[in-house]
Design a protein around this ligand. Structure first.
Ligand SMILES: [Zn+2]
Ligand SMILES: [Zn+2]
Length: 274
């Protein structure tokens, strides 16, 4: 099983997930051209993609859906609330949605996908766990609060993509309108480094190999700070083996591959590009 975050941040989110037989995208929030190019960088042709699963209707998760469907006829999966919201957009009218039910597992090829509800200011936002014989991964971006349900769904995964949106101090000091800061901090906004660290320290297990930090704010966070905050919390909770990696708006992140496990006891985190 493989996972690669092709892009993450407020400008666009797109995550590639593959089992031995199935290849999908979770969200398609960058342009069609960028999606094709970044997949090629990791050796995957867009023609090999079996489906797109959409977490919620915000543009940074769906901006490329229309063009990818139109050019490549990739089936698009979403729950009813998200499909309804997106169907009102002129460029997505007539798209034949494959509608899943939040809370009910469904299959695409040999991947079993479980969508679960997350608190965020959208119609029916979800996170996903995806599993097959080779492993289990969890994805939860745009999470205002790490609810009990979110924690339970992410527990026991081998790799996770979770939000580490902002550093609370940097957000406090940022020259942003008060109302926007309140929206980000709210129970339906975005997860801070501290909240992500607390959640991960609580749900981490010996099975968890790698954590990707997503949706980093460009002016209220930085990869070094986010990785350090979460790595320290994981080490303090007795899980120094877990590799913590940033993801980027403008380039692909590291690939996690269940067939290439890091050596036991390896605590070294990857170098962070300047
Ligand atoms: Zn959102
Ligand atoms: Zn988002």
């Amino acid at each position: 099983m493989k996972i690669c975050v092709l892009a993450s941040g407020s400008a666009g989110n797109c995550i590639y997930v593959a089992s031995g037989k199935t290849r999908i995208l979770v969200d398609a929030g960058i342009s069609g051209r960028q999606t094709v190019r970044r997949l090629e960088e990791i050796g995957v042709s867009i023609e090999a993609i079996d489906a797109i699963c959409v977490s919620h209707e915000h543009d940074d998760h769906t901006g490329g859906v229309g063009i990818l469907y139109k050019r490549h006829q990739i089936p698009v999966y979403a729950n009813g609330g998200t499909a309804d919201a997106l169907s009102r957009r002129p460029r997505l009218q007539g798209l034949p949605w494959r509608v899943f039910t939040t809370g009910a597992p469904f299959s695409i090829g040999d991947l079993v996908i479980e969508p679960f509800s997350i608190p965020h200011d959208a119609y029916e936002p979800v996170g996903f766990t995806l599993h097959c014989e080779e492993g289990r991964i969890g994805i939860a971006l745009d999470v205002g609060t790490p609810t009990t349900l979110v924690r339970e769904r992410l527990r026991g995964c081998h790799a996770l993509v979770v939000e580490a949106n902002h550093d609370e101090h940097l957000l406090q000091e940022a020259p942003r309108p008060w109302a926007l800061k309140q929206r980000i901090r709210s129970r339906q906004g975005h997860l801070s480094n501290r909240m992500a660290a607390e959640m991960l320290a609580e749900i981490a297990s010996p099975a968890l190999q790698q954590v990707f930090l997503g949706h980093l704010s460009e002016d209220c966070n930085c990869p070094i700070l986010a990785v350090r905050t979460i790595s320290e919390a994981l080490a303090e909770s007795g899980h120094p083996h877990i590799r913590v990696c940033p993801t980027y708006p403008d380039r692909v992140a590291e690939v996690w591959d269940s067939s290439v496990r890091p050596p036991p006891g390896c605590t070294e985190n990857p170098p962070i590009p300047a």
